[in-house]
Design a binder for this molecule. Sequence first.
Ligand code: TYM
Length: 325
Amino acid sequence: MKTILSGIQSSGKLHLGNYFGALRQHIQMQEKGDAFYFIANYHSMTSIDDGEEIYQNTIDIALDYLALGLDPDKCTFFAQSDVPQVTELAWMLSTFCPVSMMEKAVAYKDKVAQGVTPNIGLFTYPILQAADILIYNSDVVPVGQDQKQNIEICRDLAGRFNHNYGDEFLKLPEEYIVKSVAVVPGIDGRKMSKSYGNTIGIFDEGKTLRKKVMSIETDSTPLDEPKDPERCNVFALIKLFAGESKQQQIADKYRAGGYGYGHAKNELLDMIEVYFAEARAKRKELAQDIDTVRDILSEGGKKARARAESVMEPIREVAGVFKSY
Ligand code: TYM
């Protein structure tokens, strides 16, 4: 059975990009293999230094996942920090990682370009991510397009490690990226991302949701003129929610004229409300019992640690570093 693994940072509210680009696949794939999903709370420390905030984000993301259909009986669901072997392996991998490899990482360069003063944790972020993946012998990593390079780095580091010690100690994983949702656009048309402030939250509702949908950027084609759906941000988001015939219907209205961007936004708003209605109700219910959520994470942590330890043992041995002498 294939091992499927993925993670999400606890760095803020999850958005439609996270859902369609990753979470939805995670939930679908829990039936299709031995699935490990975790909340990357160590990674979020590269951008958040408030402990309470990281803790709260971790619980919130656990609630999101569970409300959206993640079933802890079908997969291993846990927090990254519950598996100390991850940071242990990350250290070992860092000794095989040329500084130049990190300097070339696009996500790092982007953050620096945005004006972030980088810390070493941010610089070596992909090494910790490689350890996250390799420590469970993962075969497949379902992610959005922005994680592709990190997975290439992961394979590269595993290859260097294996080559040095002369055996396949670490399994090289493959990314799984669904093309149609590889890059979900935000309200300004750029990739939806917390750092661009252009997100629509999965669990946004009421006025907040309306305000965000209404602020999706469009061109200024007048109401009665025909419009090209394929060049419209609103339509790009509609496509995530609508089946083929509904998409076709709306595309026809765009092309016919007399259908304004405001109409499209209202249709999108309704689609979002309907699509997530059940998850919203479930999330409210789950939020009444945080202890159960914490129990789920700690049970998952136990299972994840057991797997991680079995992968780590031979690695310590071949590297000549042991836990006790
Ligand atoms: P994060 O928390 O930024 O995002 C979580 C997942 O959501 C996807 N995603 C998107 N997909 C399509 N369109 C978008 N606009 C969009 N925005 C986000 C991301 O590609 C990701 O799959 N480094 C990871 C967390 C991580 C991880 C790992 C992932 C840590 N260790 C090991 C996989 C394996 C991250 O920051 O994701």
